[in-house]
Ligand binder design. Structure first.
Ligand SMILES: Nc1ncnc2c1ncn2[C@@H]1O[C@H](COP(=O)(O)OP(=O)(O)OP(=O)(O)O)[C@@H](O)[C@H]1O
Length: 228
């Protein structure tokens, strides 16, 4: 479902962040991306949702090469991807409800469908009662749960998360993992870059390790493999 074929990324300053990556991720997989700081994990994640374009290579999402897409076709493919960031990136002046509804309003979904869908995903992350709050009235863990609700409101095929637990204490981090696992069990693919050794070692999912912009390990039911 997601395929990278001989993907390279050089930033304008000459840094080679990704050096010839070939990977294939199937529908429904849960994949951790691990590796030392500066290894290229975030670049890998950004390539996957076309925040950056590769210098060379193909990136296929359901057979569509996202590196070759015309700009006007990008939103259609992006809708297949939910993205979660370490720092949540909620819109501060919009309520929780409005943050989550935004993606559906942009594509002009029916207002009745929007109301139901937004309340359903808020229910999934157990924050229905916070619908009218502003993001800064919530704890970090709650904000991240809202950003996950926002990422899945469009029913994406894959949720791509860059260090989603990086700003959270262990209890909140595990709360996020429970939600991601539930989303994965309903068939959504999850790709998550992380430095969290405990989570990777406990969950026993596929682990892809990146070092120096290359895949150095790819194991089913893998371990974190580095010191925390
Ligand atoms: N916008 C950019 N311009 C130039 N170089 C960059 C840019 N973003 C990242 N890099 C460089 O590319 C390399 C890979 O960075 P990347 O952020 O992908 O690593 P990472 O594995 O996610 O690191 P961390 O675990 O610290 O977040 C690093 O050498 C970094 O300094």
């Amino acid at each position: 479902m997601i395929e990278m074929k001989d993907v390279w990324k050089a930033y304008p300053n000459g840094v080679m962040a990704v050096n010839g990556i070939d990977i294939h991720i199937e529908k429904g997989e849960f994949v951790y991306i691990v590796g030392p700081s500066g290894a290229g994990k975030s670049t890998f994640i950004k390539l996957m949702h076309r925040e950056v374009k590769p210098t060379k290579g193909k990136i296929l999402i359901e057979g569509i090469d996202i590196t070759k897409l015309r700009n006007r076709h990008v939103p259609k493919v992006r809708r297949k991807l939910g993205v979660v960031f370490q720092d949540f990136k909620l819109l501060p002046k919009l309520t929780v409800y409005e943050n989550v509804a935004f993606a559906l309003e942009v594509i002009e979904e029916h207002p009745r469908y929007i109301r139901k869908r937004v309340m359903d995903v808020l229910d999934l992350v157990k924050l229905k009662h916070k619908a009218r709050s502003l993001p800064d009235e919530l704890s970090g863990g709650e904000q991240q749960r809202i950003s996950i609700a926002r990422s899945i409101v469009n029913n994406p095929l894959v949720v791509i998360a860059d260090e989603p637990t990086g700003n959270l204490d262990p209890e909140n981090a595990w709360g996020i993992m429970e939600i991601l696992e539930e989303i994965n069990e309903s068939g959504t693919t999850i790709v998550m870059a992380t430095h969290n050794k405990d989570i990777v070692n406990t969950m026993k999912k596929r682990v892809i390790a990146i070092e120096g912009g290359m895949v150095v390990r790819d194991e089913q039911r893998g371990e974190y493999g580095y010191e925390a």
